[in-house]
Design a binder for this molecule. Structure first.
Ligand SMILES: Cc1cc2nc3c(=O)[nH]c(=O)nc-3n(C[C@H](O)[C@H](O)[C@H](O)COP(=O)(O)O)c2cc1C
Length: 342
């Protein structure tokens, strides 16, 4: 099975545009390994945004790394759209200049907020790009379909990082979103599954639920090429039983003073020192003070480790190439095994 626009990537595997972690190196390595690479573009669209100037530089570098000259750049950029002011004026020109092949939008203030951005992307001359929108509820999926999304990224609550506060796992969410498209006889919009997929078993399960391909975040965090600190990768490797050792909460952002997301979202992360101290009764101001003190001392142990509930199945830091090649082999093996039991 493949997605009509990417017949050469089958099964379709993309890295999530994890801001701060999915950089040009990770994205181009994913592309070279035969997947679809995303760079995390951030959330600040002001003219003076250093996130946008960094993105501009990374996209130029990606062209050089991939040896792409006149053709579109076969990569995507993901944005967090909770403050969309400036996106049209300041982000779109950079994306168009580099002829980026895909734009991923996630986490708007209200489900309807992406309409104007999608329209502005579509109106650009000389730039053909695909629009991905990440959704965590059936209502958000409906809205994105109405706004003309090309690829719906259906995010279940096993996902690492930010997500819908009230949601469901892929097991319940994905079939319902697939039915929306089937009932509307919509055969053009594609669906990707995100949330808890770390190997071929999860990939086949997602496709069984109705996905055309998969997105992984946490699995790509624990790769050689990901710029995440090694302490973060080690936390993922040593965590098992993710339903117990990770938790969906708005508290992770509170502790590290990144609580800027609207209340319709929270985030899944490993339960770390901050969370444990808070549960033991230490008040928020003191947890935040300890967090800042550790940061200033250059220590990573209080940093939030955003990670999905499948951490228990990630047991080694692998190269991106190994992750993608192994998943492709596992997908074939799992399908063969299923044939023996049906
Ligand atoms: C460390 C980390 C950072 C993330 N940052 C972003 C982001 O910047 N934008 C976004 O749309 N999603 C982000 N996500 C969520 C992913 O898009 C995706 O839904 C999630 O990683 C899928 O679940 P998995 O981690 O179990 O694979 C992030 C996830 C993680 C683990």
């Amino acid at each position: 099975m493949s997605i009509q626009w990417y017949p050469h990537i089958a099964p379709f595997i993309a890295n999530a545009p994890m801001f701060g972690f999915a950089d040009v190196k990770l994205a181009t390595t994913v592309a070279k390994a035969g997947g679809f690479g995303f760079i995390g573009g951030g959330y600040d669209f002001r003219p003076e945004s250093t996130q946008l100037s960094t993105l501009d530089r990374q996209l130029a570098e990606a062209r050089a790394v991939l040896g792409v000259k006149d053709e579109p750049l076969p990569l995507g950029v993901g944005f967090i759209t909770l403050q969309p002011d400036g996106f049209i004026a300041n982000a779109i020109p950079i994306l168009q200049k580099h002829q980026v092949a895909a734009v991923w939008l996630s986490f708007p203030q209200a489900d309807a907020d992406h309409g104007a951005l999608i329209q502005a992307i579509r109106e650009q001359q000389d730039w053909d790009t695909k629009v991905f929108v990440q959704v965590g509820t059936v209502a958000a999926a409906k809205e994105a379909i109405r706004q003309g999304v090309d690829i719906l990224v259906v995010q279940g609550t096993d996902a690492g990082g930010h997500q819908w506060l009230r949601g469901a796992s892929l097991m319940s969410l994905l079939p319902e979103v697939r039915d929306l498209l089937s009932e509307a006889q919509n055969t053009t919009t594609a669906i990707l599954a995100a949330g808890g997929i770390v190997d071929g078993r999860g990939a086949v399960a997602a496709m069984g639920l109705g996905a055309d391909g998969i997105v992984m975040g946490t699995r790509f965090l624990a790769t050689v090429e990901c710029p995440a600190p090694s302490a973060m990768k080690q936390t993922i490797l040593s965590s098992t039983d993710g339903g117990v050792t990770t938790i969906k909460s708005v508290r992770h952002d509170v502790f590290q003073s990144t609580d800027v997301f609207p209340r319709q979202y929270d985030g899944r992360a490993v339960i770390g020192i901050n969370y444990q101290e808070s549960e033991a009764g230490v008040d928020d101001d003191e947890v935040i003070r300890r967090y800042n003190e550790a940061r200033q001392a250059g220590e990573d142990q209080r940093r939030t480790v955003w990670a999905g509930s499948s951490v228990g199945s990630i047991n080694a830091v692998l190269s991106v190439d190994d992750v993608i090649t192994t998943i492709r082999q596992e997908v074939r093996a799992v399908i063969n095994r299923i044939r023996t039991v049906v």
